[in-house]
Design a protein around this ligand. Structure first.
Ligand SMILES: [Zn+2]
Length: 307
């Protein structure tokens, strides 16, 4: 199945136009067919919700048979992890290609665990390399984080890669997608209802690709990412440095100019770094320890990406 790529920060309209260049979208590839599928499920659910109270045999029981019913307003950590796993399956079905390169996946996992161990949530994080030339990364929920081979190639060093992974962990730490699902359900009048796990996962994937990233969520994920970088002994300066590199080197300035949040995020990052807890890596830290060794990154990661 052909999958249209959506890039970091790129607005939905460009995706709909089938644009293939850009950076920093946070959104996985997906097909339009999925939107219709999710709408159909949602429509079916709304019908069931309306009909169920007046039927002797709840239609909902039939529709939701064999799937777990989850109250999104009170989702447990275990359910969140299960939903993340379900969304992973959905993403694979929709054409997201997880790399089979065990060395690259191990590398990203090691970086991710170094960061997540400095985090507040003790959930089983899973980090996946996605085969995609687009410079992209995204997170769902329950510890599922994805980075593309294009992003790994674009980074100069491990700290820059870590800055993106740290930002994505920030989304999971703050349960941003769960909040978005909840808001979406409220908007559809489903606030007091329950949905099956697969329906929720569908809505989550749909939101991931169709809803513009909330600026507030982005700022928040940046701040969590900065803290994780610092506590995991990475150079926090790598986060604005990588963002600036992508802005400067963007192959599609039109897309970049349509993302006014980037300069504001950069300013917020610089301010947080200047006024926050000292990060020795930004001053006199070892390049090797702080993830700034470009040659090591080139030999361990970039060379493999050329294979
Ligand atoms: Zn983000």
């Amino acid at each position: 199945m052909m999958v249209k790529n959506i890039r970091f920060f790129s607005p939905l309209i460009l995706w709909l136009q089938g644009r293939s260049q850009g950076i920093l979208s946070h959104k996985p590839g997906r097909s339009r067919r999925f939107s219709f599928g999710a709408m159909a499920i949602l429509t079916a659910f709304v019908c069931v919700t309306l009909i169920a109270p007046v039927r002797a045999v709840p239609l909902g029981d039939i529709l939701l048979r064999s799937i777990q019913v989850i109250q999104i307003s009170n989702i447990s950590e275990r359910q969140e992890v299960q939903l993340g796993a379900q969304m992973h399956e959905n993403l694979l079905r929709q054409g997201t290609r997880v790399s089979g390169d065990t060395v690259l996946n191990r590398y990203v996992t090691d970086v991710g665990l170094r960061l997540s161990e400095a985090g507040n949530r003790k959930i089983p994080y899973r980090f996946h390399v996605v085969e995609d030339k687009a410079v992209n990364a995204f997170a769902t929920m329950g510890g599922y984080v994805y980075v593309t081979t294009g992003l790994m190639r674009a980074a100069d060093n491990e700290a820059q890669l870590a800055s993106v992974i740290g930002h994505e962990i920030g989304h999971i730490e703050k349960r941003h997608l769960i909040a978005q699902i909840r808001q979406s359900m409220i908007a559809r009048g489903l606030v007091a209802s329950t949905l099956g796990q697969s329906q929720l996962a569908n809505i989550g994937v749909d939101l991931l690709v169709s809803r513009p990233a909330s600026r507030q969520d982005e700022y928040e994920a940046d701040q969590v990412g900065l803290r994780l970088l610092r506590d995991a002994t990475y150079a926090t300066s790598a986060m604005p440095a990588f963002m600036q590199k992508l802005v400067r080197g963007g192959s599609s300035p039109t897309i970049l100019s349509s993302h006014p949040a980037v300069p504001a995020r950069l300013r917020a990052l610089e301010k947080a770094i200047a006024s926050g807890v000292r990060n020795r890596c930004n001053e006199d830290g070892s390049a090797q320890i702080c993830g700034l060794d470009e040659r090591a990154y080139a030999s361990q990661v970039k060379q493999r990406l050329l294979i």
